[in-house]
Design a protein around this ligand. Structure first.
Ligand code: SAM
Ligand code: DTB
Ligand code: SF4
Length: 326
């Protein structure tokens, strides 16, 4: 049974279990609710890169930090659809378009993104966007164009958020999540570890996600990619056991959600990634780039899937399953 009434004490107790016991518990829940050999393969594309007005201290795309990234305006429709077709060819079933915007502004650029959503949807891919804050009308326009999911992360606890970002609030984030949900778009919401937060901040983030009226359909768990030029450039690498603890706790709290092993895979061995899959991760970003930072090569991931006996999850599985029940 899915629960939305987890107490902070319960989350704390799960998170702090001896790690091997935690993995066994998470793997058991995973097996009970999901096909454990299945891993969703998603591709990310930065359709508008850099020059962002926000001050997210982890982000290489904030205009105020000198990170040397290759900034570019909104990509052309044809180029985006071509990249989506290529992603589909390489086995991805979800295509996520990211823009370095604080929020969506109505106008030509948004109209253009709406066309991209239509074009990618027509390829039979699950379309996802991450475009910053949005209002109810904008969410509805995206939904009408065929948007399947919207990524908007809470990143950390309410309390620690202010230490990481000052140009918007936690409540702003929650409002956007509500707008996305009201439009009937699937919510993708998770966080980052390695920002200098405490275990309590991680526990509070997981508690906030798991006590929403509806669990997010997907929960990305990112390890900070410390980029030179950002205020967090000197943060140490996230330890694999911290990643495993986060993934396993998310899996136990939100049994049916897709838990995505997101940023940070490029620094992990196949054995480390296997521990994450064992702990309940069932989604990855594929392709040699995330938004601006490197990710494992497609062939390397194909080899990993073969080695571990993993199979890519089909697209729209959730929708197909509920249609066959009706
Ligand atoms: N501008 C939009 C927003 O902030 O929602 C969308 C793009 S933003 C890059 C999407 C997410 O990427 C952030 O919420 C954060 O969780 C993650 N992210 C950004 N930079 C990262 C980094 N250096 N390491 C790990 N995750 C990162
Ligand atoms: C998410 O949670 N992680 C992805 C996606 N959602 C948009 C982004 C990771 C970005 C890592 C830094 C970069 O490549 O710029
Ligand atoms: Fe802008 Fe998003 Fe990066 Fe923050 S995380 S600086 S909002 S692109």
């Amino acid at each position: 049974m899915l629960r939305n009434d987890w107490t902070i004490e319960e989350v704390n107790a799960i998170y702090h279990k001896p790690v091997l016991e935690l993995i066994v518990d998470a793997a058991t829940v995973h097996r009970q609710y999901n096909t454990t050999a299945e891993v969703q393969v998603c591709t990310l594309l930065s359709v508008k890169t850099g020059g962002c007005s926000e001050d997210c201290s982890y982000c290489p795309q904030a205009a105020r930090y000198n990170t040397g990234i290759d900034a570019h305006r909104l990509m052309k429709y044809e180029d985006v659809v071509e990249r989506a077709a290529e992603a589909k060819h390489n086995g991805s079933t979800r295509f996520c378009m990211g823009a370095a915007w604080r929020s969506i502004k109505d106008g030509a650029d948004f109209d253009h993104v709406i066309e991209m959503v239509r074009g990618v949807n027509a390829l039979g891919l699950e379309v996802c966007c991450t475009l910053g804050m949005l209002d109810e009308t904008q969410a509805q326009r995206l939904k009408d164009a065929g948007l399947y999911a919207y990524n908007h992360n809470l990143d950390t606890s309410d309390q620690f958020y202010k230490e990481v970002i000052t140009t918007r609030t936690y409540d702003d984030r929650l409002t956007t999540l509500d707008n996305v949900e009201k439009a009937g778009i699937s919510v993708c919401c998770g966080g980052i570890i390695g920002l200098g937060e405490t275990d309590d901040d991680r526990i509070k983030l997981l508690h906030t996600l798991a006590t929403r009226a509806k669990h997010p359909e997907s929960v990305p768990v990112n390890a900070l990619v410390a980029v030179e030029g950002t205020p967090l450039e000197h943060q140490g690498k996230v330890n694999i056991w911290e990643m495993v603890r986060m993934i396993a706790t998310a899996r136990i709290l939100m049994p049916k959600s897709m838990v995505r092993l997101s940023a940070g895979r490029n620094d992990m061995s196949i054995i480390e990634q296997s521990l994450c899959f064992l702990a309940g991760a069932n989604s990855i970003f594929a392709g040699e780039k995330l938004l601006t930072t490197p990710n494992p090569e497609v062939n390397q991931d194909k080899l990993m899937f073969e080695m571990l006996g993993l199979v890519p999850r089909e697209s729209f599985k959730e929708v197909k399953a509920s249609a066959s029940v009706c």
